[in-house]
Design a protein around this ligand. Structure first.
Ligand SMILES: Nc1ncnc2c1ncn2[C@@H]1O[C@H](COP(=O)(O)OP(=O)(O)OP(=O)(O)O)[C@@H](O)[C@H]1O
Length: 273
């Protein structure tokens, strides 16, 4: 193991130190400080417009933080201030509705090729991409892991929302990332599909992939997730253990309406009072 790998191993998954992001002339993230340890499955929860997608895009390097006066790095992922998008994929896989949208209009791309193209950080396979048998095997494993092996030869653009999301998670998994950041992973899924999908995510969490789940639905917070971060207006409202944070008072404060919370086994549900 070289010294940079050792440093990465010991570092927290994510450190935000007063990170601010401007969008459309206003602060979409406002001096957000947050530290998530490696291995700590976490849900990032907040109402519409609270800055969740901005945070995802900041980590995907699609948006950049404002420079700080003291020049300290506002964002570190596994201890690194700077990273190439290709390097990041081996540390933190990111699957978002924006990514899914990117794949929606290529009718010729099969699900299997979309997963293989992940090795080259490309959207589709090109003539200069040399796909090895090991890559094919790993892509097959990743698809199987997400219950999507049967979709391999289908056009990605013709899959249902839930099917396409499984394929895109498989694409992120070919890099065996240490963590996976999922932005609204259950959006557009019916009840049964959602439950199956959440069970696949639970298997990933139990297999050692740290999950960061961005959502506005507490029903999607997996039993394996122990920590909750509440955002509001681009700021950190609260963070802490799941049982403490998923209380009516905290959720009512986050969503600005009286909310009641029910616990069913290891799952939670919320309703408006
Ligand atoms: N492209 C944009 N241009 C200008 N402002 C934007 C843009 N995208 C988001 N914003 C603003 O940034 C703030 C945070 O938005 P963001 O999309 O990060 O919230 P969110 O928590 O992901 O919301 P949702 O739950 O609705 O997806 C909001 O005030 C929003 O209006």
């Amino acid at each position: 193991m070289d010294s940079s790998t050792a440093a990465t191993d010991a570092a927290p998954l994510l450190e935000l130190d007063e990170a601010s992001v401007m969008r459309g002339g206003r602060l979409a993230l406002d001096r957000l400080s947050l530290r998530i340890a490696a291995g700590e499955h976490t849900a990032i929860l907040g109402p519409n417009g609270s800055g969740k997608s901005t945070l995802v895009r900041l980590l995907a390097r699609e948006l950049y933080p404002l420079a700080r006066d003291d020049r300290r790095a506002p964002v570190r992922v596994f201890g690194r201030e700077r990273w190439h998008v290709a390097e990041l994929r081996g540390l933190l896989g990111i699957v978002s509705p924006a990514l899914q949208q990117d794949f929606a209009d290529d009718p010729a791309l099969s699900a299997g090729d979309a997963v293989l193209a992940g090795f080259f950080a490309a959207r589709a396979l090109g003539l200069d991409h040399r796909v090895t048998p090991a890559m094919r095997a790993r892509a097959g494993e990743a698809l199987a892991h997400m219950g999507a092996a049967h979709l391999r030869d289908r056009p990605l653009a013709a899959l249902s929302t839930g099917e396409a999301r499984r394929v895109l998670i498989a694409r992120a998994l070919v890099h065996r990332p240490r963590a996976l950041l999922l932005d609204e992973p259950c959006a557009g899924l019916d009840l049964a599909t959602r439950r199956h999908f959440l069970e696949s995510l639970r298997a990933l969490a139990r297999g050692g992939t740290t999950l960061l789940l961005v959502t506005h639905h507490i029903e999607e917070i997996l039993p394996e997730i122990g920590r909750v971060v509440l955002l509001r207006d681009g700021r950190l409202l609260r963070e802490g253990g799941k049982a403490e944070l998923l209380a009516a008072a905290h959720l009512s404060e986050a969503f600005g309406l009286p909310v009641s919370v029910q616990r069913r086994g290891d799952w939670y549900a919320a309703a408006l009072d």
